[in-house]
Write a protein that binds this ligand. Structure first.
Ligand code: FAD
Ligand code: SF4
Length: 515
């Protein structure tokens, strides 16, 4: 994004807020605080990109992934890098899929409902006004009448369905499952962005995960960040926070960061840690902050994100069209299920290299066999789920003895499915295979995968069991807030980014109310 004429602050000036990380958690609150007159400085570890540099080429997209080494262990180890972690001005929204369902209200109260998992300290009615604000501001496309919530209206008409969405729609109809156009943070018409430029309508190129060239996909660098800069916020790219200075009362007085190989200190009144579930916990563990509860790093979660692929007689061209254009929420609470919670089903699109990697990993095909299978690429289609993962103490992020160039221990993440995730996954896999069989697919296969990075600094009612309160404010450090995917007490069935943005605006309102 263009930062040429942004306001700049001296590191000696005590700014009102330092925001660490400019992704889904950091950007909305930056814009809101700056619009209210706060002096805001954002430190972003990654570079500032020009969207015009994004190409229809997967090999060029590595630069928007967080690829620093992470040690992944446990019984269901999660892949990081391009699978779930972004970097740069805009964070993971540079390459997210923009599929943006709201949380189901039952998921926020899952403990009360099922005796499993953890209730959130925030209920759906409290989140609703923030969901609506985010959806209107970023421009969400979706059905005018949402099957699972009669009161919901999306601001923009749906984007066209790709081939897998059309196949899934017919298969769902055949099995009596309701499905509709998915809520997508993609503008289906030219969209004047408040505080920024007009965003051009989606051209259905299908390369959302490689960065959208024309700003049709919502990423923070074309939505909340231009608004923040227009209101006087400063963004410092390639500036990585790695320490804090504190006064005798324990308040943070400055954030220490490395930029251009040199350490700097930005003085500030409040700090908003929005570095994503892995880096936020890592920074807190490294500095020993806000962990009296012992909860920092615990309850790490990735969504159950299994996919099913099959081959069809008709051409599908899976690289074409917005990838995730159909949804069913009928499995949020499947009848007769032997697990707590549920899952969403979505249609998929895929670019060729990503698909080749999935085939090699999922089907264990190599060499000629891999090449022969990939010759069918224009005839494959897939569906996938986003399934609830319950919090579990043993799923945990710790610091490895191995340090990075800044002296911070590398993140070591242990993750494994418990019995609930295993049963949910079995239910979903059978359903997806049944759907693809119904649709006439042949050579159906299953790709087990885990997606997203969630938890590690959970919100709760008290500092004995949680790191932050329901607004993201630390129980221990008076001027520290955490606003990103790390604060989720349980994963929800919904994909996380919309809820992260809504919580971010909610934190900002709390700050502005003088909390
Ligand atoms: C391929 C892919 C597809 C996805 N699709 C979807 C989807 O369709 N729907 C959905 O809801 N979610 C999706 N997600 C997930 C979604 O993008 C994330 O949940 C969301 O962006 C997380 O927001 P966050 O603020 O927690 O972290 P991020 O958006 O990752 O932002 C964190 C930022 O902090 C910066 N940072 C880290 N450490 C430091 C430091 N020490 N100092 C300074 N800066 C630092 C990082 O560089 C990064 O820019 C997808 C993710 C991926 C990778
Ligand atoms: S499909 Fe639409 S939103 Fe996705 S990258 Fe292409 S133009 Fe952007």
């Amino acid at each position: 994004m263009n930062l040429d004429s942004m306001r700049r602050y001296s590191t000696d000036e005590i700014v009102d807020a330092v925001v660490i990380g400019t992704g889904a958690g950091g950007a909305p609150l930056m814009a809101r605080l700056a619009a209210a007159g706060s002096r805001v400085v954002a430190l972003e570890a990654g570079p500032n990109f020009d969207p015009q540099a994004f190409a229809f080429d997967e090999t060029l997209a590595d630069e928007i992934y967080w690829t620093d080494e992470r040690l992944s262990g446990g019984s269901t180890p999660e892949a990081f890098g391009g699978n779930n972690s972004g970097t740069g001005v805009g964070g993971s929204t540079l390459h997210w899929g923009a599929f943006c369902p709201r949380a189901d209200q039952r998921d926020l109260m899952i403990r009360t409902e099922t005796g499993e998992g953890t209730d959130w300290p925030v209920n759906y009615d409290e989140l609703l006004p923030f969901y609506e604000r985010v959806e209107a501001f970023i421009g969400v496309s979706g059905p005018q009448s949402y099957l699972w919530d009669a009161s919901r209206r999306y601001p923009l008409a749906p984007v066209p369905r790709n081939a897998s969405a059309q196949i899934m729609a017919e298969a769902c109809a055949g099995m009596g499952i309701r499905a509709t156009d998915a809520p997508a943070a993609v503008v289906s018409r030219d969209f004047p962005q408040a505080g920024g430029a007009v965003r051009s309508a989606c051209i259905n190129c299908g390369y959302c995960h490689q960065g959208c060239r024309n700003g049709a996909k919502t990423s923070m660098d074309v939505t909340y960040l231009p608004l923040a800069v227009a209101h006087g916020a400063e963004i410092r790219p390639e500036a990585r926070a790695h320490g804090f200075e504190r006064d005798r009362e324990g308040r943070i007085t400055a954030v220490i960061y490395r930029q251009g190989g040199v350490d700097h200190k930005q003085r500030c009144a409040q700090v908003f840690l929005c570095a994503g579930s892995v880096e936020t916990a890592r920074l807190l563990l490294h500095t020993g902050l806000a962990n009296g509860s012992g909860q920092v790093g615990r309850n790490y979660m990735g969504h159950v994100a299994t996919q099913v692929w099959g081959t069809f007689d008709a051409e599908t061209r899976p690289n074409k069209g917005y990838p995730s254009s159909l949804i069913t929420e009928d499995m949020i609470r499947p009848k007769g299920a032997d697990f707590a919670g549920g899952y969403l089903v979505q249609s998929l699109g895929v670019a060729p290299l990503t698909f080749a990697n999935s085939v090699a990993r999922g089907r264990k095909l190599w060499g000629k066999a891999l090449g022969d299978y990939l010759a069918n690429y224009n005839h494959v289609a897939g569906i996938g789920i986003n399934g609830e993962t319950l919090p579990c103490d043993a799923n945990r992020l710790t610091l490895s003895d191995e340090a990075d160039a800044l002296g911070m221990g590398k993140a070591a993440i242990d993750f494994g499915y418990g019995p609930n995730e295993t049963r949910l996954n079995a239910h979903a896999t059978k359903l997806m295979v049944d759907l693809w069989t119904q649709a006439g697919a042949r050579d159906i296969w299953v790709l087990d995968r885990v997606a997203h990075t969630i938890g590690t600094c959970r919100m709760g009612h008290d500092g004995d069991h949680a790191v932050v309160d329901a607004f993201g404010k630390s129980f221990e450090v008076p001027n520290l807030w955490v606003c990103d995917g790390s604060t989720f007490p349980s994963s929800l069935a919904a994909n996380p980014a919309l809820t992260i943005m809504a919580l971010s605006l909610r934190s900002a309102e709390k700050v502005l109310s003088g909390a």
